[in-house]
Ligand binder design. Structure first.
Ligand code: FA5
Length: 341
């Protein structure tokens, strides 16, 4: 009898303790089954009552019934605590709540600019091309008539990767060879994309920036076609029909002759701060595709010729929108970005 009473006390204490410690409705249910369920500890003890004497039954019977009720009440009260808690967290979530100054996401200026550029080139019959940002020396330099020992390699401040013969492309001119490999002339591609140079950053230089590259290869391609294309593109981009261009000699190993193309300042006719009072702004590097580049990509330079041009996309956007620091582009500076929403 004494042992039975001890067991009953143990069951009571451990059940109440476990109910108190329970952290979920699931564990409460497990405790209920373990003590009050059909083969639970308390139920089993109750079933031994029948083996006791009448007098013992009279003493223990009501006690066990009282304990059963007590444990059941303790269980119910913990369940309702959990239910209340869940209800109150649901109540905090009001799907109809309206937050008056909610911030809206918007397209990034890169997306806007690249869309503008691609639309212009598509309207001129160009295809949009893409190439890898992690390049080989071959596509970034060698096939572009920049052999191993060429000094132009130094001017590109290359990020070399730890994998052999892998680098982050320094310009989108690397897409030229990929495109020529995939198609036979005539071909007209425009390739916008990210480039990397291991340079100190300042208001007009970044270590990561974007360029746009144009390439046109056909029979009898001439400098006048290049200039007409450049002018048409710049007039559309700046929304200025009377924008003029001027050409200066320039050197890029993959074009011959090479030129730098300036545009007349889209904001003034007699000098302003944008053009540094010169009335002209440097906009594109360009030229006729070097015969070595055509040859390296399986195109006969006796039969075909081409032109190529390239420019910094941020620099064009900075001129168009009066942005004074290139680092703002990937600064995640919300007030800056919202201006282009
Ligand atoms: C080139 O990269 C040539 N591939 C362009 C080209 C293509 C010439 C086809 C001829 C024919 P350059 O190194 O000058 O050229 O870079 C072109 C433009 O990229 C620059 O005028 C500038 O607008 C932009 N650019 C270059 N370096 C940076 C930099 N660190 N940060 C931001 N923009 C840059």
């Amino acid at each position: 009898m004494k042992e039975l009473e001890n067991n009953i006390k143990k069951i009571k204490d451990s059940c109440l303790k476990e109910l108190k410690k329970a952290r979920s409705l699931e564990s409460l249910e497990e405790i209920r089954v373990a003590y009050l369920g059909r083969s639970g500890a308390l139920t089993e003890i109750m079933s031994t009552l029948k083996t006791l004497s009448l007098e013992q039954k009279r003493t223990l019977g009501p006690d066990l019934n009282e304990l059963k009720k007590q444990l059941h009440d303790a269980y119910e009260s913990r369940v309702s605590e959990f239910e209340k808690k869940n209800l109150s967290s649901d109540a905090l979530f009001d799907v109809t709540a309206y937050k008056p100054h909610q911030m809206h996401g918007s397209l990034h200026i890169y997306t806007h600019i690249i869309e503008q550029l691609t639309e212009i080139f598509i309207s001129m019959g160009y295809t949009i091309a893409d190439g890898p940002e992690m390049e080989t020396e071959y596509y970034n330099f060698t096939t572009l008539n920049i052999p191993d020992d060429h000094p132009a390699r130094d001017s590109h401040d290359t990020f070399w990767l730890s994998q052999p013969d892998r680098l982050l492309r320094t310009h989108t001119s690397s897409v030229q060879a990929h495109s020529m490999e995939q198609a036979t002339p005539p071909l007209a591609i425009f390739a916008p994309g990210r480039c990397y140079r291991n340079e100190a950053t300042d208001a007009s230089h970044d270590f990561m920036f974007t360029q746009g590259e144009g390439l046109f290869v056909d029979t009898n391609v001439s400098m006048s076609q290049l200039l007409a294309t450049a002018r048409t593109f710049l007039q559309h981009f700046f929304g200025k029909e009377d924008l003029k261009i001027r050409v200066r000699p320039g050197y890029f190993p993959f074009v011959e002759p090479g030129v730098e193309i300036d545009g007349s300042c889209p904001f003034c006719s007699d000098g302003c701060s944008v053009c540094k009072h010169t009335k002209w702004i440097e906009l594109l590097g360009a030229g006729l595709v070097h015969p070595n580049v055509l040859r390296a990509n399986g195109i006969d330079p006796e039969k075909y010729s081409g032109f190529a041009f390239g420019f910094g996309i941020e620099r064009l956007a900075m001129i168009k929108y009066g942005i004074n620091d290139i680092r703002l582009f990937h600064s995640a500076h919300i007030p800056f970005l919202q201006q282009f929403a």
